[in-house]
Design a protein around this ligand. Structure first.
Ligand code: G3P
Length: 218
């Protein structure tokens, strides 16, 4: 299972990268705005900084909603760095753009996916990644994990290469449950990755080992 971090915060990205378990980064316009990154040139420069920090894929989202605009933006983003994956919204023009990029060998991440039918369309259009939003479904009392399981079943039935990128991950149990279902990738905040480290018995056990070592080596 690949671990992506879902942020545009360079400190968080560097910390996850230093842990040695990071496979990539996902961003979106809201995450960019949260870091105060505005204006096309600054946004491109920020993507470049992210690519310099990590080894894996970096999803960069278009803001156009028409095919021509998505193609123009996506081509500019893809030309920026080989690690860039063009992130497209799951709307009709997004699916058309996904097929366009897929035919050209440019990698894509189809985002804002909330149903199995949408995920099927993204796979048919040749998406590299599909991003079902787990947490946002849970937020409206709908089982987000069930959607991940449905997509897994459909993709396995037909051998689609599209990787399931479980997005809108909020906490460690989402990560573990997605791993159990067989999601190819998860993207979440740094806390969802670091939270996996925690167990009180690890802390108690380590303290005891160190205490016993001290006693034995006095
Ligand atoms: O990047 C898309 C997705 O991960 C957003 O997550 O927490 O805003 O629902 P969230």
């Amino acid at each position: 299972m690949k671990f992506f971090i879902d942020t545009a915060n360079l400190e968080d990205i560097a910390e996850a990268q230093a842990l040695g378990v990071l496979d990539g980064v996902t961003t979106n316009p809201s995450l960019m705005a949260k870091e105060g990154i505005t204006g096309a040139e600054n946004i491109l420069a920020h993507y470049q900084k992210i690519c310099d920090l990590v080894d894996g894929d970096v999803s960069a989202e278009v803001i156009s909603t028409d095919f021509e605009g998505m193609v123009e933006e996506g081509e500019k983003l893809a030309a920026l760095h080989p690690q860039i994956v063009v992130k497209l919204p799951l709307i009709a023009d997004g699916i058309k753009a996904c097929k366009y990029f897929s035919d050209k060998g440019i990698r894509t991440n189809v985002t804002l996916v909330f149903s199995a039918g949408q995920a099927l369309l993204a796979a048919k259009a040749g998406a590299t990644y599909v991003s079902p939003f787990l947490g946002r479904l849970d937020d409206i009392s709908t089982d987000g994990l069930h959607l991940i399981a449905e997509i897994r079943q459909i993709y396995d039935n037909y051998g689609f290469d599209t990787q399931i990128l479980a997005a809108s991950i909020r906490h460690t149990m989402h990560v573990i449950d997605c791993a159990k279902i067989g999601s190819d990738v998860m993207t979440g905040p740094l806390s969802s990755i670091k939270g996996l480290l925690k167990h009180p018995l690890t802390d108690i056990g380590l303290a005891k080992f160190l205490e016993d070592y001290k006693k034995g080596n006095q």
